[in-house]
Design a protein around this ligand. Structure first.
Ligand SMILES: Cc1cc2nc3c(=O)[nH]c(=O)nc-3n(C[C@H](O)[C@H](O)[C@H](O)COP(=O)(O)OP(=O)(O)OC[C@H]3O[C@@H](n4cnc5c(N)ncnc54)[C@H](O)[C@@H]3O)c2cc1C
Length: 294
């Protein structure tokens, strides 16, 4: 190894040590669909809550009737752990009146943080009746919710082009979002460039990187294509030959994410959102390297 490379690694590690865990993290979960999955979810929440996340969120599957499950998991997290729990809410399959009612129900039950999304357009439908920007406005009209929205460093797959996507994103932030959480990514440069472009057009809210520690590489490759997320060639090489070796895959996934958060930390990022897929091991280990302790 060249001495410059060794020095760079030393600087990255020293920087993380200097941060002393002075960071905000949030964790994303999805509603479990079986008893076994429910056990895994609660074990994960119990372990990750010790890291005092800023909030945890629970996804909502549009068009699959999971809103009630999202709500019940959120309520249970809030009641059992006292954590700030934010339901994801999509607007694609609900009328404005329904959304207003959902917002008021959440607010009245003490749920004041929402991840506001449009949701994916169901196959066969054409234009959506609402965009996430409209949902942010609708929510803010009902009450002063703390709102997170989605951002796409590598451009949303439906966008006309990167500039149109950025301008739509700026409107969404201006409508009253408190922060954005990015789609997962592996090309750290794409996140940093996106953050610069957001700053250049006057977006001042935090653009929180969404970190996906990868343990199932095959699924990731399929999913990334749909989301327009680049999977670098070196990742193919790293996971090559691990199809039947989950332990090695997990170690690789943690190692990639640890490298990413070190560079992001060096670039001044202080908030990280983890796509946990309801597992705690990798997210916990990555937070540990960031200096977070129970
Ligand atoms: C952090 C995060 C969490 C997520 N959680 C969920 C979840 O729980 N459930 C779920 O179903 N999905 C979820 N998604 C996926 C999300 O619903 C999809 O990516 C969806 O296709 C876009 O949602 P959005 O809120 O980003 O939409 P928008 O911000 O509305 O953008 C959607 C597209 O429309 C374009 N656009 C925006 N405004 C306009 C306009 N006025 N005119 C023309 N074009 C416009 C944008 O450029 C973009 O291409 C999540 C994504 C992220 C990043």
């Amino acid at each position: 190894m060249g001495s410059q490379t060794a020095r760079n690694i030393e600087i990255l590690n020293q920087n993380i040590a200097d941060l002393k865990g002075d960071l905000n993290v949030s964790f994303e979960f999805f509603p479990p669909t079986s008893e076994a999955m429910e056990d895994t979810l609660w074990q994960s929440i119990d372990r990750l809550k010790t890291l005092k996340p800023k909030f945890v969120s629970v996804t909502y599957g549009a068009n699959s009737g999971t809103r009630d499950r999202t709500h019940s998991v959120i309520k249970e997290i809030k009641d059992r752990t006292g954590l700030v729990a934010a339901p994801h809410l999509t607007c694609i399959d609900a009328s404005k009146d329904e959304l207003k009612q959902i917002a008021l129900d959440y607010w009245n039950s003490g749920i004041k943080n929402i991840v506001a999304l449009r949701g994916d357009i169901p196959a066969g439908s054409d234009k959506p009746h609402m965009y996430a920007t409209d949902l942010v406005r609708l929510l803010k009209e009902q009450a002063d919710f703390d709102i997170s929205v989605a951002a796409y460093p590598e451009v949303h797959p439906e966008a006309k082009n990167a500039q149109a996507d950025l301008l739509a994103f700026k409107d969404k932030m201006d409508a009253g979002a408190d922060r954005a959480i990015t789609q997962f990514f592996f090309d750290v440069e794409s996140y940093l460039r996106f953050r610069d472009r957001c700053a250049a057009i006057g977006i001042t809210q935090e653009i929180v990187p969404g970190i996906l520690p990868v343990s199932n590489y095959k699924t990731l490759v399929k999913f990334s294509k749909l989301c327009n997320v680049k999977v670098p060639g070196w990742m193919h090489k790293l996971y090559d030959g691990t199809d039947n070796d989950p332990t090695t895959r997990n170690l690789i996934g943690a190692s990639i994410a640890m490298d990413m958060v070190k560079v992001l930390g060096q670039e001044g990022v202080k908030d990280f959102h983890f796509y946990t897929l309801n597992r705690s091991e990798l997210s916990y280990a990555i937070c540990h390297t960031l200096g977070l302790r129970p």
